[in-house]
Design a protein around this ligand. Sequence first.
Ligand code: FAD
Length: 304
Amino acid sequence: MSQSVNDAIIIGGSYAGLSAALQLGRARRRVLIIDEGVRRNRFAAHSHGFLTQDGVDPAVIAQRARDQVLAYPTVRLLSARAERVQRLKVRDEDGAAFDVIADGARFAARRLLLATGVTDTLPAIPGLAERWGRSVFHCPYCHGYELDRGPIAVIAGSALSMHHALMLPDWGPTTLLLNTAFEPDADQLSALSARGTNVERSPVVGITGHADITLADGRTLPFAGIFALAEVTQASPFADQLGLAMDDSPIGAMIRTSATKETSIPGVFACGDAARISGSVALAVGDGNMAGAALHRSLMFESV
Ligand SMILES: Cc1cc2nc3c(=O)[nH]c(=O)nc-3n(C[C@H](O)[C@H](O)[C@H](O)COP(=O)(O)OP(=O)(O)OC[C@H]3O[C@@H](n4cnc5c(N)ncnc54)[C@H](O)[C@@H]3O)c2cc1C
């Protein structure tokens, strides 16, 4: 692979990164995508809620996207993990402002786009991780409909689980399993009751079968699906390496961006789940579209 300067290096070649690359490839800009292929939704067999692709295997959506984007001759893909990014103190004569180390080589670019996504740390409940994306979920809009109005469990991780417990009755009769994570106050109990959500206090011992929850008091309750909160962290350390400003959220820290997806450092853009509190395939594609166009305009009209 040539070492000469790219207009942009995009780290993360999933929905957000590929969507940005499409804009840049269509502007005939020289783009290098570096991607190690570990999408957040790799556990799910079907992706829902993205117009024209509803119910399609998320791997198929990603592969189609990759095929379409790589048809543009100025876009290249390196299948590898990027290890390190650096903002150059002195621009070289080609205008390189950043370099990225991946696959034992150094790649230079005028602009950098982080589309690296996030990592979910799941509650340490026996049987939960194996069912993530299959019968245990975090997003009602993505997977609630397919539960076919069957009984739904919400395993509390903190008081934040009130949100799930109050939403999910729209998809099926809901039980909030407090699992000693918090105790609802009187207002919260009356809100749960108004939505018809049952409250279960016996701690969760584990999950078996499709979505059967065994409780400490010996009962096993069968559900059509289970919702749980994951803790979200940046999938890669580049925000720290560059010193980007972050926004805290109740579930984790996200890269702060402007409306056009530029970060606190000029010339560095971020899109997709890495730079928004709650994401989806459609939102990642939309963010990437915006980031790609804004990055392109920055190449034409701004110096960094
Ligand atoms: C179980 C589950 C089910 C879901 N179901 C749905 C659904 O039905 N519908 C929906 O709309 N959304 C769903 N989502 C959410 C969806 O997966 C995300 O919103 C979406 O994947 C975000 O896209 P992204 O491009 O920002 O990040 P990702 O898809 O997570 O991609 C990030 C990419 O960056 C790469 N990367 C990261 N660091 C590096 C590095 N250092 N070097 C090289 N590459 C790197 C990764 O390997 C990966 O390919 C689901 C999420 C989960 C967890």
